[in-house]
Design a binder for this molecule. Structure first.
Ligand code: NCD
Length: 303
C-alpha cells in the first residue's frame, strides 16, 4: 500500500467498511486525552478558502495526537503571488510535510495533489465536490443520537446544488440505507441531484419533506447566490426557513444538523439555532475526534 492510499479525498469511492472503521477509531479518540501517536510528524493545513471550524478542528486534532502543524492560507503566503498548487505542494513536501490537509475552491484539487505527492492528502472541502471529513462527522453525530443509519429518514434542506457537504452526506448516508429527501427550490435542488445516489427523493415542499423526518440537515444559503439565480430572499425564507412550528411536523426526537456557518434568519430561526433539538455544537465537538481518527489513519499511527 503506498502512503497516499491513506489519503481521504471523497466519500463516494469509499467502502462502507472503511467508513465504519474510521468512525470506530473516532470513538476511541478523545480530545481531552491527548495521545502522542503522531509525535514528530508534520501536518500542513493548506487553506485556499476561509474556514473557522474545519481549520481549527484539524489543527486541534493534529496537536492532540502530538503532531506539529503549520497553517498556510492563501491570503498570507506565496500562493497569493501566483505559485501553482503543485509547486506549493512540492515545496511543502520538501520542507518535511508528512500530510497535507487542503481546502480549495476547485473540485479535484486535493486529488491532483494526491496524484503528484507521495504523502497522504486530506480533502477539507474542494469546490462543489466533497467535504469528506464533514460527511464523517455528520454520520458520527447522527449515530451518537440515533444509534443506526439504516431506514433513518433524513431531510436535507437548502442549497444542495453548491454544497460539497450535501454531496458527502448523501453518499455516506445512502451507503448505509438512510432514506434521503433533498428539499429546496429547483434552482438549488435540480433534478440531476437524483443521480447522486439511488433512492433519494426531491421535494419542493418543506412541510411535506419534514413529515416523519428523524434528522434534518440544513445547508448554508448565501443571499448573493439566491440573487444570482434571481430567487427572492424573502420568498426563500417564507418557503424554506426551518421554524419551530415546522419542526413539529418531524418525528419526535428529531435532530437538526448544520455544518455551519449558520445564518440566523435565513436557513433557520433563532429558536431553532438556540433550541434543544439542534446538535450543531455536538457536530463541532465531534469534528475534532473524527479528524483525529482521519489523521491517525492517514499517518499510520492508529492502533
Ligand atoms: C461548509 C464548507 O465550507 O463546505 N462549512 C464547513 O466546512 N463546516 C459549508 C459552507 O460553507 O456552507
Amino acid at each position: 500500500m503506498t502512503t497516499s492510499s491513506r489519503s481521504l479525498l471523497a466519500i463516494e469511492p469509499m467502502e462502507p467498511k472503511q467508513i465504519v472503521s474510521l468512525l470506530r477509531l473516532a470513538k476511541r479518540m478523545h480530545y481531552e486525552k491527548p495521545r502522542n501517536i503522531l509525535r514528530g510528524r508534520r501536518v500542513v493545513l493548506l487553506f485556499y478558502e476561509a474556514s473557522t471550524r474545519t481549520r481549527v478542528s484539524f489543527e486541534f486534532a493534529a496537536k492532540a495526537l502530538g503532531a506539529t502543524t503549520a497553517v498556510v492560507s492563501a491570503t498570507a503566503s506565496s500562493i497569493e503571488k501566483g505559485e501553482s498548487l503543485l509547486d506549493t505542494g512540492a515545496t511543502l513536501r520538501a520542507l518535511g510535510a508528512d500530510a497535507i490537509v487542503i481546502r480549495h475552491p476547485s473540485s479535484g484539487a486535493p486529488g491532483l495533489l494526491a496524484r503528484n505527492l507521495d504523502i497522504p492528502i486530506i480533502n477539507a472541502g474542494d469546490g462543489m465536490h466533497e467535504h469528506p471529513s464533514q460527511g464523517l462527522l455528520d454520520a458520527f453525530t447522527i449515530l451518537e443520537h440515533k444509534g443506526d443509519l439504516h431506514g433513518l429518514r433524513v431531510t436535507i434542506v437548502g442549497d444542495v446544488f453548491h454544497s460539497r457537504v450535501a454531496r458527502s452526506d448523501v453518499h455516506l448516508l445512502s451507503k448505509f440505507g438512510a432514506k434521503i429527501t433533498l428539499c429546496g427550490p429547483p434552482a438549488l435542488v435540480p433534478d440531476n441531484a437524483l443521480a447522486l445516489a439511488p433512492g433519494i427523493r426531491i421535494s419542493q415542499n418543506l412541510d411535506e419533506s419534514l413529515h416523519g423526518a428523524d434528522v434534518v440537515i440544513l445547508l448554508r444559503v448565501q443571499k448573493e447566490r439566491l440573487q444570482g439565480l434571481e430567487l427572492d430572499v424573502h420568498e426563500y425564507t417564507v418557503n424554506y426557513q426551518l421554524t419551530r412550528e415546522r419542526l413539529r411536523l418531524a418525528r419526535r426526537g428529531v435532530i437538526v444538523l448544520h455544518p455551519g456557518p449558520i445564518m440566523r434568519g435565513m436557513e433557520l430561526t433563532d429558536d431553532i439555532a438556540d433550541g434543544s433539538q439542534n446538535v450543531i455544537l455536538d457536530q463541532v465537538r465531534n469534528g475534532v475526534s473524527v479528524r483525529m481518527a482521519i489523521l491517525a489513519y492517514a499517518l499510520g499511527g492508529a492502533r
